[in-house]
Design a protein around this ligand. Structure first.
Ligand code: NDP
Ligand code: OXD
Length: 306
């Protein structure tokens, strides 16, 4: 068997060195170089081209190099191929810290004071009172984010597909409870996987169900958001502000209105970046599991798409 690494858009020298160190007895190749596509059973993928999958007749496992698997064309994989993803404590901690920092920055009016400083304008105001944080998605990242914000005194509610019971989190589930979940929140954090069910969920109808002082924080995927609806909601004061880490097209084009919108904070998909030092061990363990026909860690439910 051989392992193919198809992690596009970055330099993979360090990753290849670490994988070779962790799997010294396994042939590991970096796409597009591959001596024999017939021998590939395990692919480590991030934004791999959709055409790749049909060229690998003996593929058994696709391992995502991130938490999300939306960059892998799941519908192009043969039914006997399994998919695994990254679940990593450091990744969850980084995400929770990112969300906390942006909630606090908004509550403490950092952006307002930065603007005022530019105009030499001395204008003290109290921190905002709103304390209700709603998290869409109570998975690996949503739960850790809920816990950290809860420790900082925020009142937390979460929404998931199946009902949860988490201490100090008011749990809502399914379409039927979405409206109740949204009512009265001050911060709305999106930590859902991108699936057919969640695509476009951050839209005009949803924005009409949150109070006008609500701040949207989208750290999941750009396609969760209907960008035009957000611009309308912000310009009509139906939402107070938005913090966006992910976009339908990345990198965000230079001409995109988000860059200069006074109510939008843009970060370049950095809320939680896969740390190769902490994830190579689980990737190697899954490659070995594939080789020995053993169960994978962090296997994706292909029926649900996440
Ligand atoms: P998980 O799979 O662990 O959790 C997903 C959560 O979303 C679960 O609680 C699940 O519900 C819920 N969910 C899924 N579908 C629906 C639905 N139709 N209705 C309601 N709830 C739903 O994912 P992670 O927490 O690990 O990651 C979430 C996403 O974060 C990733 O998919 C990725 O897109 C994004 N991400 C972004 C990063 C960044 O840097 N910006 C970094 C890493 C990840 P249930 O529990 O009932 O199954
Ligand atoms: C991920 C990401 O899914 O970085 O891990 O977005």
């Amino acid at each position: 068997m051989s392992v193919l690494v198809c992690v596009t858009g970055r330099n993979n020298d360090k990753l290849m060195a670490k994988l070779n160190e962790a799997l010294p007895d396994v042939k590991i190749e970096l796409w597009p170089h591959c001596e024999d596509l017939n021998r590939v059973q395990f692919v480590l993928a991030w934004n791999a081209p959709d055409e790749l999958w049909a060229q690998l007749p003996n593929l058994k496992v696709v391992q995502s190099y991130g938490a999300g698997v939306d960059g892998i064309a799941l519908d192009k994989l043969k039914p006997d191929v399994s998919v695994a993803r990254i679940v990593d404590e450091q990744l969850s901690a980084d995400m929770a810290e990112y969300v906390l920092s942006h909630v606090l920055a908004n509550k403490l009016r950092h952006r307002e004071y930065a603007t005022n400083q530019g105009h030499r304008n001395w204008k003290p105001r109290r921190a905002k009172k709103g304390n209700e944080v709603g998290i869409l998605g109570l998975g690996e990242l949503g739960r850790v984010t809920a816990e950290l914000l809860g420790h900082h005194g925020f009142s937390i509610r979460g929404w998931s597909r199946t009902q949860k019971c988490i201490s100090n989190v008011a749990c809502y589930a399914g379409e039927a409870q979405l409206e109740a979940f949204l009512s009265g929140i001050d911060y709305l954090v999106c930590l859902l996987p991108l699936t057919q069910q969640t695509k476009g969920i951050l839209n005009a109808e949803l924005f009409s169900q949150v109070p006008p002082n609500c701040v949207l924080i989208n750290v999941a995927r750009g396609q969760h958001l209907v960008e035009a609806d957000l611009l309308v909601a912000l310009d009509n004061n139906e939402l107070e502000a938005a913090v966006l880490d992910v976009f339908s097209t990345e990198p965000l084009s230079e001409s995109h209105p988000f860059w200069s919108h006074p109510k939008v904070t843009v970060t370049p998909h950095v809320a939680a970046v896969t740390n190769m030092d902490t994830v190579v061990a689980q990737i190697a363990a899954n490659a070995r599991a594939c080789l020995g026909n053993n169960p994978l860690e962090n296997r994706v439910d292909l029926g649900q798409g996440y």
